[in-house]
Every structure is written in structure tokens, then in C-alpha cells.
Design a protein around this ligand. Sequence first.
Ligand code: AMP
Length: 380
Amino acid sequence: MLVRSFTELALTPAVLEAIAAAGWAAPTPIQAAAIGPILEGHDLIGCAQTGTGKTGAFAIPIIELLAGPRPIARAGAGPRVLVLAPTRELALQIAETFDALGRTQRVTTAVLIGGEAMGPQVAALAARPDVLVATPGRLADHLERGTASLRAIRIVVLDEADRMLDMGFAPQVERILRVVPIDRLTLCFSATMPPEVERLVRRHLVRPVRVEAGTLARPVAKVTQVLYRAEARDKTPVLLRLLGEERGRTLVFTRTKHRADRVARAVQAAGHRVARLHADRSMAQRREALDGFRSGLYRVLIATDIAARGIDVPEITHVVNFDLPHTAEDYIHRIGRTARAEASGLASSIAAPEESDQLRAIERHLGHPVPRQAAAAAAR
Ligand code: AMP
């Protein structure tokens, strides 16, 4: 079943509210694929990279299992969820997501990461949080000192398992999994599935469901695709030239929020009405950008992949990949934004030499090269 909206999932209103408050309009493919099986109590292997929404793919069902009508265990007996992550930064990001999505249900989180004093972490543990987010080394230290107990854990998440093993955390991960109760749910997320991850999964997961970031679709036949090769510094002139040559509502994709801001400034300076859509913008700003793009107030919308998920604007005639997407799947998603409802559309991609790996992956998936146009002609 293809899940298109969060409301199709068995989530309580408070959880749906928290998702809406985060500004997430529709599930990403990994969320659509993973949330259902986790809610049903299956162990799960999620093949997905950072940036696909994988944190939400486990945080949403876990919050539902903690605070929904059928909680997985009694609250207050100690942490019920353990998330292991390879780095401090990732651990902090995961905790932030749990805090944001779990606030309405008072799901509490503690972060145990290296490079920080033990004292405040011990105090945070004493407050009996629901969720522990930890790097394996620091959690192993706490276990050794007897400052953390995993007796009440009912759900374990191994996030970025491939990176955790690459960083040499296998002994700590094994040690931690030995002291977690057997009667639990285990979820493993990994961008790649090397033999070490497969071994870990075979030892610690029970009949896991496997999900990927989504199956690849084929591009709409009506979209004309063209490719401009340009040095990174020449991308902006190529884009401005394209905007000058062609009329029509144009959706421009950039790799990062920062680049979206920069490109928007250049496009605005060239005299175009432009709006931005990315994760750093507030709900109100996003809504204003989308409404303005829909109504025609803005001709150009600059977006990152994740922010553009679930947006539905009819009559987008042009899509420009200012930066190539990381996956062939995102490419298909992006260019599928044009040529909706029988209309035809034009998808232009501007590729720098350092993006040749991405280009190769996209063309391999399409089964043919994207027709080249001379970038010099576009930039003149
Ligand atoms: P992740 O892959 O978990 O690191 O998520 C990448 C980014 O996507 C984060 O900034 C999330 O806040 C954002 N995000 C996750 N799920 C969604 C969604 N369904 N809609 C919009 N943004 C999302």
C-alpha cells in the first residue's frame, strides 16, 4: 500500500498534531514504508541515508508506541527506548526530533555522548527519561560505572549502523545489546548494507521487515530533459539565462538551505519574483512561499528536496536542478513536479564536474544519457 499522508497511518491525534507543528506535510518514502511495520511490532531494517527523513521514520512510530493508547511498557520504570548513533552531532539531532515530535505527549529524552561531563548525564538519567540517545562509547562507560540501566528498554534503534561499525564501535554495540532485554523491538537503519551490518542484523533482529527509501519510479514521458555542464561558479549565470529565455512557473532545486538562500538572492537581484522553501523557514514562511507560488505572485520557487516533498503545485512548467540530487529517485521525483496532468514540461539540470558520479547514477537508472546542451550558449 502506498501511504501518501500521515493521516493514513494508525497515529493518534496528538502525534499527528506534533507532526503538523513540525511542518511535515507528507511522509517521505522511508517514513511511508517504515512507520506501519514498526507500529505493528516488526523488527525492521531501513536502508536509507541521512536527509531522507529516516529519523522521523523511527521517531514517529516510537512516540506512538510510547504515548499512544497501547503503550509498549509502563512509563516511569526507566528508559524504554535506546537509540544508538555513531556521532555526537547525529545523537543531538535525533534527540531534537524526539523532543519536537514528543512534546505534546511529554516524551522525555536524555543524550549520552562523549566529550561532555558525566555529572549532568547522570542527573539526566536519574530523572528517568523515556528515550536514551547515545553514542556507543559513552553508553558503555555509563554501564561500566553502573550509572545507566537498560533493564526497562523495549525498543532499540541502531542508527547509521554502517558508520557505527566503520568507526570501530562493534564491541560496544555488541556489549550493549547483550544487556538489553531480549523481549524488545530492534530497528536498524543503514545507508549501505555491507556484510558486517548483515551479520549484526542476523544476530540481533528477529525476522525483520526490510524497507528502502522507496522504489524507483520512471520519469513522466512528457518531460523533456536537458543537461548543462558548467563549473560550480558558473551555475548562477546559467540559471539566470534559463529564467530569461523561458517563461513559466519554475521550481529550482538546490543541495542545501544555504545554497537556496544564495541562489534566491541572485535570482531576485536579476528582477524575478522568487520565494524560498527549506527546513530553516517557519511554518508561516513556508505557507506564504507556497501560496505565493501557487497564486503566481512568485514565478520562481527555490527549494531543497526535503522541503519540497508533498508540495503540490499545478502548472509547474519548468524544473531546474541547480544542483544534481543525490539519488536517481530524487531526480525522478523532482522532474515529476512538472508536466502534471497531461501538460508537458522542461527539466533542466546544471551539473558541475564534481557531480559526475551523481550524473552517472541518474543516467544508469534512466537507461539513457540526459541530452547535453552547450552551457556557454545558456550563460552568454
Ligand atoms: P533525516 O534524514 O532524518 O536527517 O531528516 C532530514 C530533514 O528532513 C530534517 O531536517 C527533518 O526535519 C526533515 N524532514 C523529515 N521528515 C520530513 C517530512 N515528512 N516532511 C518534511 N521534512 C521532513
